[in-house]
Design a binder for this molecule. Structure first.
Ligand code: FES
Ligand code: FES
Length: 160
């Protein structure tokens, strides 16, 4: 199997590694770099649990090879909370709306919403709710997750 040298910045920290060409970004982040907030569920792009932000875009890290991320800047859920423990607005909204149960789906949901709400203008609730349709919560806690998304949107009065 071919080996490749890669360099990625994860949550502001530079990582250099030699990886097999077949290694997924999710396995690299979780197993090799220790970012265990990257949850791995289906491993084929369906559940959304492995979502991270790569160069500003929400990405399913099980569908990307580590070697494809060479040179990229990656944010995992560990990178969202401020050093003093202050939660990211998305994390706070989910907490306020009691939008997590076992928490397995939560990092992926958080990263998708964080990517979409990071710009200067807030997206429409519909945009956030559509994005959530790509996340599976096996605890079926969808109502709380949807309420949190609506709270984060530019139209707080949108239908829940
Ligand atoms: S583990 Fe990547 S989408 Fe399910
Ligand atoms: S909170 Fe358990 S899978 Fe979503």
């Amino acid at each position: 199997m071919s080996q490749h040298n890669i360099q990625v910045t994860v949550n502001g920290r530079l990582h250099t590694a030699t990886v097999e060409g077949r290694l997924t970004l999710s396995d690299f982040l979780r197993v090799e770099a220790g970012y265990t907030g990257v949850h791995i569920g289906c491993e084929h792009g369906v559940c959304g649990a492995c979502t991270v932000i790569v160069d500003g875009q929400a990405v399913r890290s099980c569908l990307m090879l580590a070697v494809q991320a060479d040179g990229s800047s990656i944010t995992t859920v560990e990178g969202l909370t401020a050093p003093d423990g202050t939660l990211h607005p998305v994390q706070q909204a989910l907490r306020d709306e009691h939008a997590l149960q076992c928490g397995f789906c939560t990092p992926g949901v958080v990263m998708t919403l964080a990517a979409l709400t990071s710009g200067a203008s807030k997206p429409a609730a519909r945009t956030l709710l559509d994005a959530l349709s790509g996340h599976v919560c096996r605890c079926t806690g969808y109502q709380g997750i949807r309420r949190a998304a609506i709270k984060l949107a530019g139209e707080p009065g949108a239908k829940k």
